[in-house]
Design a protein around this ligand. Structure first.
Ligand code: G6P
Length: 369
């Protein structure tokens, strides 16, 4: 049945552990029983327009912006429509060019973020088709949009977003796969394979959750660090950003997420034997590049904590500590890799005596500009 707060010390931990169920709740009814087709009822009427879009602009703030970045990579790789991702607070003020044929999509857990709502209204006034991916049913953004998809993650209470993020990525992944198929960019065979990969995610998330004692042990080791660096490439670059955001939000440890290939242009200056470097990787097309990035970190005595899959023998041997995740197709790997990082941030924050569910200076929903 549903998890109660009483079973957990904090809402955030409860919400992290709910993810096998919330991810299922998000795709339930959207993957047809024969697993050959994705149906997004809320977009049915506008889908022909989206299929012919010149460009998709995705806006959001905070964690929702990270989900948007995953979507950019997915939509461009599979559906081959140009995508731009932007912070709502920048987009709304910078006089962006919006053409007929552009689709503007807002991602928002609460559906109430002031900048995101205002950015959408502006895009609507300029003639774009506007879409929303929200968690809160009937929220302002959901009401403002022409069409949308709810994430169905259930109420999220912890200020640091966890299950809402994986629900957003789930919806956006289904959206990208469907768009790719309708545009004739992927075969029915690949479409069904990708659907199968999505259906396998909840059990794999469960496997990661079961490894929580190990993640806690690693957290104990690094809880007193001053800074942390998170690196990833491809689909796992936004996960590196999200992992760093989780840590700084709730533990107040300074953490930075970076594209691993960009490390040599700045962050590498920070690497010494006090710096934990969390490497988010999978055996994807970026793997060899990530391994060589990590050799650079090791050569400077950085402490490497690596998210690794079972078939990974390279990083495994270079890392000081490991977070094991099951193997998956790269297109769904973000949904797995983020989970140990949520738990890592959670345990560090608890060990540092922080108010995990209500971190200082932050709000669940930012309804001011
Ligand atoms: C606040 C919350 C974040 C959230 C962001 C965007 O900063 O603390 O967890 O990601 O707002 O919120 P939204 O409801 O628009 O997704």
């Amino acid at each position: 049945g549903d998890l109660e707060k009483g079973d957990f010390e904090h809402y955030m931990l409860k919400e992290i552990f709910e993810q096998p169920k919330t991810i299922q709740d998000t795709y339930r009814g959207r993957i047809k029983a024969d697993q050959k087709e994705i149906v997004l009822g809320g977009l049915l009427d506008v889908f022909p327009k989206i299929v012919n879009a010149n460009r998709i602009i995705i806006i959001g703030c905070g964690t929702s912006w990270h989900a948007a970045l995953v979507a950019e990579y997915l939509i461009e790789e599979y559906a081959r429509i140009p995508v731009e991702v932007e912070y709502a607070s920048e987009f709304r003020y910078r006089k962006p060019i919006i053409n007929p044929g552009d689709v503007v999509m807002a991602i928002s857990q609460s559906g109430e973020t002031a900048d995101t709502l205002a950015a959408l209204k502006m895009a609507k006034a300029q003639g774009a088709l506007i879409l929303g991916i929200c968690n809160v049913v009937g929220s302002s953004i959901a009401r403002e949009t022409d069409a949308g998809v709810y994430t169905h993650a259930g109420t999220e209470i912890g200020v640091a977003s966890t299950k809402a993020f994986t629900a957003q990525v789930t919806v956006l992944t289904l959206f990208a796969f469907k768009l790719a198929k309708e545009r004739g960019k992927i075969s029915q065979e690949l479409y069904e394979q990708l659907i199968g990969e999505m259906l396998a995610i909840p059990d794999k998330v469960q496997t990661i959750l079961l490894s929580h004692p190990n993640i806690k042990k690693v957290a104990e080791k690094y809880k007193d660090a001053i800074n942390a660096l998170y690196l990833g490439r491809g689909y796992l670059f936004p996960v590196a950003l999200e992992g760093a955001l989780k840590l700084k939000e709730i533990s107040y440890m300074h953490a930075e997420g970076y594209a691993a290939g960009e490390m040599k242009h700045g962050p590498i200056a920070l690497v010494d034997d006090n710096l934990p470097v969390v490497v988010v990787s999978a055996k994807d097309s970026y793997y060899e590049k990530v391994v060589s990035n990590i050799q650079e970190v090791k050569a400077r005595k950085g402490n490497v904590i690596a998210v690794v899959t079972e078939d990974d023998n390279g990083l495994r041997n270079m890392a000081n500590d490991l977070f094991e995740v099951p193997e998956s197709h790269p297109a769904v790997a973000a949904l797995l890799a983020v989970v140990p990082l949520q738990l890592f941030a959670y345990y560090i924050a608890v060990m540092r005596g922080c108010n995990v569910d209500q971190p200082r200076n932050l709000a669940k929903s930012v309804t001011v500009e």
